[in-house]
Design a binder for this molecule. Structure first.
Ligand code: GLN
Length: 547
């Protein structure tokens, strides 16, 4: 393990506007460095004031990504894990809210001994310490600063990376600035002015970029690269183009083609760098031009907001790449699904997928979809809420428990086949659950848990016979074990359990009908697809070929 002071830092800032793909650019550089053989990690520092994104609406912020240690983090952490194939933790994402909370807590405790607490040095110092902590044990830490240069709330973060660079010395840190080079259609030209202004803004606060990554719709000409280098004061080989690509997983390869590691190595004194990207390259080719094709229906309520299913759609891409298959997703709005149109809707698809979700909206449409998959033997995967609803569907339509419901949708239901984790704790004891008190009240089960797999089950088969698997959770409700016997007698099987908690169920007489209380999508990586999702896509593909 390297010593703390040996960590080198690559700071990534963004200019002009948000959503340019800073997370992908950072993850791409990190992946290249990891494939050279370095121990690499990434940190996302978010200037917003929420303590974490757990309470933010998916409408505004996309998905909440959950780490193994139970942190609710920014969706960029998902990209980092999927690219880097490393488990990240609480340390790898913090916000202004977290920084202020800990500084205020220390102040209340009297840790500052009568000082006046100020943005500089206290807030900035706290940010610096958190960056160093995330870097410990790593050769290289990439630090992505959320937001855009010029945002008022971002200032302490920029001051922190400015100060840290001075502290660790020139050969131990560098700054990469990602900007937009827009294409103006009427002029038929790419424009560099916004980049120049954004770099000017960075300079004003004392940061000089060493490398500019330019997001652009069409490739940059050499002439433009020279112009950007000259006007922004960086070397010509430090202007890297990041033009629109067909897959985000192409980005590391596009950077490598431009020899991005040469100036990075020069600046950080890393020696000759030759990453092995052969496996990655093969998978990317299969993402872009696979041999086979399959279609699945994803039934959800946020279908206009694909960002809120980011990990899931990426996990499906990983499974597809590993099976050399393009997975077409038919996005189905659960509120529009009725018994009358379900046949028409699912006629041409090879699998039905119900992802996680919260709240009552669109529930009945999802239950109708599950019934359709069960009766027509269409491969089905229900994730979290999807699993809970498949139990409700089975109870109502097979066991004839007409009032079967989740207490999430009807607090006073007479048949709570799904009930609050707090109820589970009351009846089964507390030791099974690490509790996280949610700010919204109730108990949230978060992060990675081991799950025992029943041998001979479908779950066991797709996890290659593993007896114990580990997956991540984010839920407030649980399957009620009181109904387990009835379910099993009628053809359902509890195939995964952790203490008395029901973690996975499957239908015995069905080619592939699996419900999982965990979120398999959180652990999927391009180079290591999640077994549950891989198994499901494989089943959909078999269904397709059997038609
Ligand atoms: N709303 C359900 C619960 O809280 C499911 C959550 C989810 O799908 N992530 O248990």
């Amino acid at each position: 393990m390297t010593k703390k002071s040996d960590t080198k830092y690559i700071f990534v800032t963004g200019g002009v506007l948000s959503s340019l793909g800073k997370g992908i650019a950072s993850a791409s550089i990190a992946t290249l460095l990891k494939n050279v053989g370095f121990k690499v990690s990434i940190l996302k520092a978010d200037p917003y004031i929420n303590v974490d994104p757990g309470t933010m609406s998916p409408l505004e912020h996309g998905e909440v990504f959950v780490t193994d240690d139970g942190a609710e983090t920014d969706l960029d952490l998902g990209h980092y894990e999927r690219f880097l194939d490393e488990n990240l933790s609480q340390k790898n994402n913090f916000t202004t809210g977290k920084v202020y909370s800990s500084v205020i807590e220390k102040e209340r405790r009297g840790d500052y001994l009568g000082e006046t607490i100020q943005v500089i040095p206290h807030i900035v110092g706290e940010i610096v310490n958190r960056i160093k902590k995330a870097g410990e044990g790593n050769d290289i830490l990439l630090v992505e600063i959320g937001g855009t240069v010029g945002d008022i709330e971002g200032l302490p973060f920029l001051e922190a990376i400015r100060a840290l660079r001075i502290e660790v010395g020139r050969k131990n840190a560098m700054n990469i600035h990602l900007t937009l080079v827009p294409y103006i259609k009427v002029a038929g030209e790419l424009k560099t002015k916004p980049t120049q202004h954004s770099v000017g803004e960075l300079r004003r606060i004392g940061i000089t970029p060493d490398m500019i990554v330019c997001r652009c719709e069409i490739p940059l000409t050499n002439e433009l690269k020279y112009k950007i280098a000259a006007s922004c004061g960086v070397d010509r080989n430090c202007v890297i183009e990041s033009s629109d690509s067909r897959s985000i997983y192409q980005v590391p390869l596009l950077f490598l083609k431009q020899d991005i590691l040469i100036p990075i190595s020069d600046m950080l004194d890393l020696g000759k760098l030759t990453p092995d990207m052969s496996n990655w390259d093969m998978l990317v080719k299969r993402v872009i031009a696979p041999k086979d094709e399959v279609s699945i229906a994803l039934v959800g309520k946020y279908i206009d907001l694909k960002e809120s299913y980011k990990s899931l759609t990426e996990a499906i891409i990983h499974a597809g790449a590993n099976l050399d298959t393009r997975v077409n997703i038919k996005w189905c709005d659960s509120e529009k699904i009725q018994k009358e149109n379900v046949d028409e809707l699912f006629r041409d698809i090879d699998g039905i997928l119900i992802p996680g979700g919260f709240g009552t909206r669109g529930i009945e449409g999802k239950i109708i979809s599950i019934e359709y998959a069960r009766k027509n033997k269409i491969p089905f995967l229900g994730i979290c809420l999807g699993m809970q609803l498949s139990i409700i569907e089975f109870c109502r339509n097979v066991l004839n428990i007409k009032d079967a419901n989740s207490s999430e949708f009807d607090e006073n239901t007479k048949e709570p086949v799904i009930y609050l984790i707090d109820n589970f704790i009351d009846t089964c004891g507390k030791k099974q659950i690490r509790t996280h008190k949610s700010p919204l009240g109730g108990t949230m089960r978060l992060g990675g848990y081991d799950c025992n797999v029943v041998s001979g089950s479908l779950l066991s088969k797709i996890y290659n016979g593993a007896k114990k698997i580990r997956e991540r959770h984010r839920h407030r409700y649980e399957a009620n074990p009181k109904y387990k016997d009835q379910l099993e007698k009628a053809g359902f099987m509890v195939c995964g359990e952790s203490n008395s908690l029901i973690e996975a169920i499957e239908l015995k007489k069905h080619p592939f009908f699996l419900g999982v209380q965990f979120h398999p999508e959180f652990t999927s990586r391009l180079t290591k697809p999640n077994p549950a999702i891989l198994g499901y896509i494989k089943a959909a593909s078999d269904h397709h070929h059997a038609k």
